[in-house]
Design a protein around this ligand. Structure first.
Ligand code: ZN
Length: 339
């Protein structure tokens, strides 16, 4: 019980990409050397998590520059040479997004080899993350579909093919990242859940959805200040998500305005509770982590609680991220002992 895990990403070693800035370019130009360097970074990410005592580990997304575009780079129908600067997450901030120019198709598995490699280098349970359908369509310019639900459903089918391959390659948990679920609350009900259920159809691996308030960048921190003392986004979507086919829901809790009682709305889903804040360099003490986990136990049994990070740790310094991994595992251990 209280198995620990992370949202997904970890900082990259300085020899692979510059530390801290999001979407930093690769530092190695040679294709073969870059591929080797990414694999080395995956081994370190696995080792850092194992050393800290994390139970369900990820590859730290070391092979991807961007959590959405990294998957899309190998999907047909998207023109990466035609990037447009568009407002995303309801215009919260702007990003250079590639353009959808034709029907979406996956000519070959995208991350199966990454999963096989990670699987071969850890004996722990392995999680792999993919962007979710709604967040994908919100992070693309569209010159083809002209309709978000239709485009999202095509992506959901492609994601399902990919997820089946990742499961076969040895992933124990397949997580879909959907920060857009905290932005488009009505769309979650109108078409979001249907695309999510399509993405996870027929999988026997554990499936998860990660819904957060974003990395600790200025646009997100400013947005959070407008949300009032009690953040109500999860309360609006969780009752619908509770009816979906997904097994686990990953939410942000540490240093947030999220009331712990939203966990009550998730029915019998596993709950990945964010007890590590990724928007600050201040490292939580194990005692602080334990206190937060204890709060959640009033809302779900320990078997369904998985202490986790609020979001990806890619924009943090590596030393900070490693210290936070340790605090996460140590805090969970304290609570486990109490039980
Ligand atoms: Zn996140």
């Amino acid at each position: 019980m209280l198995e620990t895990t992370i949202s997904g990403s970890l900082p990259k070693p300085a020899w692979l990409a510059e530390e801290v800035p999001l979407w930093a370019p690769w530092r190695i130009a040679d294709e073969d050397q870059l591929a080797q360097a990414k694999r080395d970074a995956v081994r370190l990410a696995l080792l850092d998590q194992e050393d800290a005592g994390i139970d369900i580990v990820s590859d730290g997304e070391q092979s991807r520059q961007h959590f959405v575009h990294g998957f899309l780079e190998r999907i047909e129908g998207i023109d990466f040479a035609r990037k447009k600067r568009i407002g995303i997450r309801a215009d919260r901030y702007e990003a250079d997004c590639p353009t959808v120019v034709g029907a979406i198709r996956r000519p070959a598995p995208v991350h199966a080899e990454d999963v096989r490699f990670a699987r071969a280098h850890t004996s722990r349970k392995l999680k792999f993350t993919l962007p979710g359908p709604m967040t994908i369509v919100d992070t693309l310019a569209d010159d083809h579909y002209g309709d978000r639900p239709t485009m999202a459903m095509d992506f959901a089918r492609v994601l399902n093919q990919e997820a089946r391959d990742l499961e076969a390659a040895g992933a124990d948990v397949i997580q879909f990242d959907e920060p857009a679920y905290n932005v488009y609350l009505d769309e979650v009900k109108d078409w979001g859940i249907e695309t999510l259920d399509t993405a996870v159809a027929g999988l026997s691996a554990k499936t998860a959805i990660h819904i957060c308030y974003g990395y600790g960048i200025k646009a997100n921190n400013d947005w959070k200040k407008t949300l009032g003392s009690e953040w109500r986004q999860y309360a609006a979507t969780f009752p619908t998500i509770a009816e979906s086919q997904i097994d686990q829901v990953s939410l942000e809790l540490a240093h947030s305005g999220v009331p712990t009682a939203v966990i009550d709305l998730l029915g019998d889903k596993d709950v990945l509770v964010g007890v590590i804040d990724v928007a600050t360099d201040t490292v939580e003490t194990p005692g602080e982590v334990a206190a937060l986990i204890r709060q959640t136990l009033a809302h779900a049994p320990a078997e369904r609680i998985f202490p986790c990070t609020n979001c990806g740790m890619v924009p943090l310094a590596r030393t900070v991220a490693v210290a936070k991994l340790r605090a996460l595992a140590a805090g969970a251990a304290i609570t486990r002992d109490e039980l």
